[in-house]
Design a protein around this ligand. Structure first.
Ligand SMILES: *Cc1c(COP(=O)(O)O)cnc(C)c1O
Length: 352
């Protein structure tokens, strides 16, 4: 007989990563197509020679550099093994068993998983028809048991971002005892009017935190480092939940180098933003419905046709991310990769 384990493990969904198929075009995980910025690659190489030593457990140098970069105090920043780890630490820090965590749906697929892991209860609020978060419905879903709300902006996988005015009105409706986490994994790709700066929001409220990452625009998905900015007491609570040494010395060095790379990042994100517009326009021209995206992917709300579209693209060696019955998310790659995807999409609509 095997040892006793939690009796709710079957209720915890598995995280489904984007598939990697040798030789195929991978547009399934919102990665950058190029490696780290050259200056960052050098810093990683240098850090590798010290890998026999444990990393700084508090990532002090990175935290101080981030604080300086963001214009906040070091007490307002903590780092984690990717921002997904910080999402999990946050749930663990604020929720007791049975407490509720609210988020839009669809949204980041890790939310229900990390909520269940912490013995808390996920409350999923359907998005509006245009793929944007329904902030009114989220505010209306708050109960006495609510401890945390994830606002993913831009929203993964649907794309739209919340405006600053909308967010302000929403936050005014949320009781101070409830923490609101602004998940800004795609912050660097936003080019919207009246954009939210989660760090500014986090510094002007007592119950708001911002989560950002080096995985997406900075191209360090394989190194695992993200950060959380918020009121000092919340930051301390979240940091307590960290698995010791979970931000490696390579990740710390790479994060610091990223912040020193300056304009190099903007050039890269501008290129992705231009391609995002081109891909979306082409899809709209083919008759697809495509919500406005402020991230490095587009969303096709294909409903029942999602699996067929996914299969169709896969047969043409273009790997997209299917959420069966809901839609398909397609990352923005290089122009030639995007062309391969658009050719597949075109064949799908013309039934070839
Ligand atoms: C990718 C992603 C993250 C986290 O990425 P990490 O690699 O763990 O930093 C967090 N939130 C959303 C919405 C994401 O899409």
């Amino acid at each position: 007989m095997s040892p006793d384990v939690r009796n709710d493990l079957d209720a915890i969904p598995a995280y489904v990563p984007g598939a990697t198929v040798p030789g195929a075009t991978k547009l399934a995980s919102n990665e950058t197509t190029t490696g780290p910025l050259p200056s960052v690659a050098v810093a990683i190489g240098e850090a590798a020679s010290g890998a026999n030593r444990y990393p700084d457990i508090t990532a002090r140098a990175l935290v101080e550099r981030l604080a300086d970069f963001l214009g906040v105090a070091p007490e307002n920043v903590t780092t984690g093994c990717g921002s997904v780890a910080l999402c999990q630490q946050l749930v663990q820090a604020v929720c007791a068993p049975g407490d509720e965590v609210i988020f839009g749906w669809r949204s980041f697929e890790a939310y229900p998983i990390i909520t269940r892991i912490a013995h808390a209860v996920p409350v999923q609020v359907p998005n509006s028809a245009d793929g944007s978060l329904d902030l009114d419905a989220i505010a209306a879903a708050v109960t006495d048991r609510t401890r945390l709300i994830f606002v993913c902006t831009p929203n993964n996988p649907t794309g739209p971002a919340v405006s600053r005015a909308e967010l302000g009105a929403f936050l005014d409706r949320i009781p101070d005892r409830v923490t609101v986490a602004l998940d800004e994994a795609y912050y660097e790709y936003m080019r919207s009017e009246d954009p939210v700066d989660g760090v500014v929001e986090a510094m002007s409220r007592t119950n708001v935190v911002s989560l950002r990452t080096f995985s997406k625009a900075y191209g360090l998905a394989g190194l695992r480092v993200g950060y959380l900015v918020g009121p000092a007491e919340l930051v301390t609570s979240v940091a307590k939940m960290m698995v010791p040494f979970s931000v490696s010395s390579l990740a710390q060095a790479a994060g610091i180098a990223c912040l020193e790379a300056g304009d190099e990042l903007r050039v890269r994100t501008d290129a992705v933003v231009a391609e995002r517009g081109r891909v979306r326009d082409a899809l709209l021209g083919m008759g697809f419905t495509v919500p406005d995206s402020q991230a490095n992917f587009v969303w096709l709300p294909l409903g029942d046709r999602s699996a067929a579209f996914d299969e169709h693209c896969g047969e043409r060696l273009v790997i997209v991310r299917c959420f069966a019955g809901h839609g398909v998310r397609v990352s923005i790659g290089d122009p030639d990769e995007n062309d391969r995807f658009l050719a597949s999409a075109k064949e799908f609509v013309t039934g070839m």
